[in-house]
Each structure stands twice: as structure tokens, then as C-alpha cells.
Ligand binder design. Structure first.
Ligand code: UGA
Length: 459
């Protein structure tokens, strides 16, 4: 099939390259000149594991190409995916102007019978509104508007595309349902569940899924706080909870609060839409507030651990990205935590393998270091903020030697408390009791339970 993908951001680009690798002819439309030039020169503007190879192959086989104008991608097109941005607006809802602008151009240039598929995350009812808009502009109802929400996670987007838990097709007419079912037939043949429903249901499935994931994270973070106050160990508790198949182990890893471009934005939009409909979603409202407070609370906790005299002192923040395997730091807890520490006079030294301090104006003055050890050199404390697997392999003795102080704050629970104590570091983690450095003979005051091997609850 010939497919136009409007918007070559992370979702559009990944989906476009994956569809091209299934032998469809995909044209990605990108209005940002700089981004378009990067793509046309055969490079990727984002870091996403596995995407580079897929991208190179698809471009080489002439299955994937790029255009600036929607009009130029409409010739003989079967489907147009809208994967443009839907940023938060001032009330917490989403700004649909890019969706409307793209739909307007599509209405002008698309051939009859084209299926317009909304890939961007949107509030329930958007596909119906866009169908009305397109029908009004064309003076006839000859295009279908469908919904195909994406469930890709940054960092694992390519494998998520290839092996999804489910594919959701939202279609309000047979034509759209049939064309999308054909597109996803290779998945249904492999036994992957393809759910076909109305557009409004599909849109709600997307938001409610992200809301539920946010609830799970919010829940385990509150359990972690409770664990700390009663001397329990959240890793073991999460393992015990997640072993119930009705609950499941995923998204029960405590941390500094969820971030990224999706969970925070989608939960706000979901809550706002529900409020406008007169059916407030109190659980998610509470989760959103709790998540914001958590980021500030964990920054203040570092301050408390360090005492009042912090002005001009150096602190190493390990991780800027909102999670591992991405260069994206949008709504990352690291941004809030760094901003609060800098406001209190700390000199912040970041390390992140992919995310860049220079992409975030609010971090002006923070240093970006090439290695974690460089960030820790002469710092009073080190704070792990992103779950990059490499951090777990850091040499604790070398960390101790680099640091001027002896505090290791681990907001991702990547280290083993005993080993940290044995290296002579004071250890503060999430949902586990703090640990004092050992006396050097392996008999340190271990105030936390050892993290059980089995308790590593993989998300
Ligand atoms: C999320 C959803 O997981 C995807 O299914 C969805 O397609 C995507 O949003 C989207 O709407 O586009 P993503 O934002 O890539 O994907 O990241 P997640 O893996 O969901 O992580 C979100 C945040 O929660 C991160 O800050 C992560 O560190 C945190 N998290 C996740 C935890 O603190 N604990 C966990 O157990 C899991």
C-alpha cells in the first residue's frame, strides 16, 4: 500500500520505517526544515535502538522517502497517518491545531476513498470531529477517518512495533476497518490480537491504558514511601505484589516519578476530558498531583541529607533522560530535581549517555560530563536519576574515590545496598532503609534489607 505519514517525530518515524520494512511505500512528511534535511541526508534525528538499521534499509530499497509538503505525498495514496504533535494546552487538555491543520491539507489533496488514520494520542471524539471537518472542506463524505493508537515505548519502539501486545483499530465504517485489517493482517496471522472497535473506543483505550500505567507507578511509589517509614523493602514487596497474575509485575518499579512525552501529557488530557464530560477521574487526578509532588519531594530530600550549607558545592546527577535507552528528557524528574538543586546554589554536573543538557534552557549553568566518574569528581554527592543499565556496573570504589563527600542517592534502586556500604558510601534509595558506610570489615550498619535477587521486578 502507499502510505503517507504526516509528522516524522518519534512516533511517525518509527511507525513509518516499520511499515516500510513490511514492504509498503511510505512517504514521511516533515515540515521542520532542519529535521527534514537530516532525514533526507540519510540520518536519524532521534536515538531509538534498532531504528537506524531499519531506516537505512528502507531508504536504500526506496520504500521510505521524505517530503516537506502534504500535497506532494498524496498522489495515489491509500492511507494517510496523522502522527503530528498534540501538545498540552494551558488547561491540561491537548492542542489539536496540528491535527486540524494536517487534516485540512489532506482534505484538499487526498484522492477519494483515502483512509485517514489518527496515530497521535488524542481525546475521545477527535476522529469523528476530524471526519466532519474533512467532509465539510471537501463538500462530500468520501474519506474515512480512523484511529490506530500507538502503544510504542521510547527505547523499545521497534520491538514494540514488531511484537505488540495488541493492535487497536478504531473504525466507524467498513472501508476503513477493511483497509486497516489488511495492513495489520501479517500480525493477526502471527496470532497477535487485533481489536477492531469504534474510533471513540480506540481513542479511549489509548488514554485509559496510559492512565492505568501511571496509576500503577503512582501506587508503587506510595508503597515505597510507606516501606521506608516502616522498615520494609519495596523491591521484595513489589515482587510479591506483581507475582499475582491478576496484577502482573510490569510498571511496579518505584522511582522518581514518571516522565516523558506521553504519560504526563496523556494523563492530564484524560483527566481534563473527563472533567469536561462531568465524570471526573479522581484516581488519575490524584496520581497526577502525587507524581508532580514526588519530583519536588525527592529534590528536597537530597537537600535534607546534605544539610543547609550547599551553596557553590558540586553534585553529580547520573541521568537526565526520563528513562533509559532514550535521549528524551521531556518532563523527566531530572529536570525538576536539577532546577530545585540549582535554585539552592548547587553546582550541578550531569552525566547521561544520550540526553543533552544543552537541549534544556532551564538547565543553563549545569555541566555535561562525558563520563559518570567525571561528573562525580569532587562532588559532595551522586544521585542516580535514570535507570541506564551502565550505572549498575559503576565501580563503587572508584565512585568513592572520585567523590568529595560520601553520599550516594539512588532514585532508581540500581545498586546493592550491602555493596554500597562496603565501599564506604552512605546510601539512600527508594523504599528501602538508608544504609550507613561499613567499618571496612564487612560488618557495616546495614539498615536496609539486601535486595533479593528474585525481587528484581522487570518492567
Ligand atoms: C508510554 C507507554 O508505556 C506506551 O505504551 C505508550 O505508547 C507511550 O507512553 C505513548 O503514549 O506514546 P513511554 O513514554 O515511552 O511509553 O515510557 P514508559 O516506559 O511508559 O515510561 C514512562 C515513565 O514511567 C518513565 O519515566 C519511567 O521511568 C517510569 N516508570 C515506568 C517507572 O517509574 N516505573 C515503572 O515501573 C515503569
Amino acid at each position: 500500500m502507499k502510505i503517507a505519514m504526516i509528522g516524522a517525530g518519534y512516533v511517525g518515524l518509527t511507525t513509518g520505517a516499520c511499515l516500510a520494512s513490511m514492504d509498503h511505500e511510505v512517504v514521511c512528511v516533515e515540515k521542520d526544515e532542519a529535521r527534514l534535511n537530516v532525514l533526507k541526508s540519510g540520518h536519524l534525528p532521534i536515538y531509538e535502538p534498532g531504528l537506524d538499521k531499519l531506516f537505512e534499509r528502507a531508504v536504500a530499497r526506496r520504500r521510505l522517502s521524505f517530503e516537506r509538503a502534504i500535497a506532494k505525498a498524496m498522489d495515489g495514496v491509500d492511507m494517510v497517518f496523522l502522527a503530528v504533535g498534540t501538545p498540552s494546552n494551558k488547561t491540561g487538555g491537548i492542542d489539536l491545531s496540528q491535527i486540524r491543520a494536517a487534516a485540512t491539507e489532506v482534505a484538499r489533496h487526498a484522492p477519494a476513498d483515502t483512509v485517514v488514520v489518527i496515530k497521535s494520542s488524542v481525546t475521545a471524539g477527535t476522529a469523528r470531529a476530524i471526519r466532519e471537518l474533512i467532509g465539510r472542506l471537501r463538500g462530500k463524505d468520501d474519506l474515512s477517518v480512523a484511529s490506530n493508537p500507538e502503544f510504542l515505548r521510547e527505547g523499545t519502539a521497534v520491538t514494540d512495533f514488531t511484537n505488540p501486545d495488541r493492535i487497536v483499530i478504531g473504525a466507524d465504517d467498513e472501508h476503513a476497518a477493511e483497509r486497516l485489517s489488511r495492513l495489520f493482517a501479517p500480525f493477526s496471522k502471527r496470532g497477535i490480537r487485533v481489536i477492531t472497535t469504534s474510533t471513540v473506543n480506540a481513542e479511549l483505550i489509548k488514554y485509559a491504558s496510559n492512565a492505568f500505567l501511571a496509576l500503577k507507578i503512582g501506587f508503587i511509589n506510595e508503597i515505597a514511601d510507606f516501606c521506608e517509614s516502616i522498615g520494609a523493602d519495596v523491591d521484595d514487596v513489589a515482587f510479591g505484589i506483581g507475582s499475582d497474575r491478576r496484577i502482573g509485575p510490569a510498571f511496579l518499579t518505584p522511582g522518581p516519578g514518571y516522565g516523558g512525552s506521553c504519560l504526563p501529557k496523556d494523563t492530564r488530557a484524560f483527566a481534563q476530558a473527563a472533567r469536561s464530560a462531568g465524570t471526573s477521574q479522581r484516581l488519575i487526578e490524584c496520581t497526577i498531583r502525587g507524581n508532580e509532588k514526588r519530583k519536588a519531594m525527592l529534590a528536597d530530600r537530597i537537600q535534607r541529607e546534605m544539610g543547609p550549607k550547599t551553596s557553590g558545592k558540586r553534585i553529580a546527577l547520573l541521568g537526565l533522560a526520563f528513562k533509559a535507552h532514550t535521549d528524551d528528557a521531556r518532563e523527566s524528574a531530572a529536570l525538576t530535581i536539577a532546577a530545585r538543586l540549582m535554585a539552592s546554589g548547587w553546582k550541578v554536573a550531569f552525566h547521561d549517555p544520550e540526553a543533552r543538557v544543552s537541549d534544556h534552557p532551564q538547565l543553563a549553568g549545569a555541566e555535561q560530563c562525558a563520563t559518570a566518574y567525571e561528573a562525580m569528581q569532587d562532588a559532595e554527592a551522586a544521585v542516580v536519576l535514570t535507570d541506564w543499565p551502565d550505572y549498575a556496573d559503576l565501580d563503587l570504589a572508584r565512585m568513592r574515590a572520585a567523590l568529595a563527600g560520601n553520599l550516594l542517592v539512588d532514585y532508581r534502586n540500581v545498586f546493592n545496598a550491602d555493596e554500597v556500604a562496603e565501599a564506604g558510601l552512605r546510601y539512600v534509595s527508594i523504599g528501602r532503609r538508608p544504609v550507613e558506610p561499613s567499618d571496612g570489615f564487612g560488618s557495616g550498619k546495614r539498615r536496609a534489607g539486601r535486595r533479593s535477587e528474585q525481587a528484581a521486578v522487570a518492567p
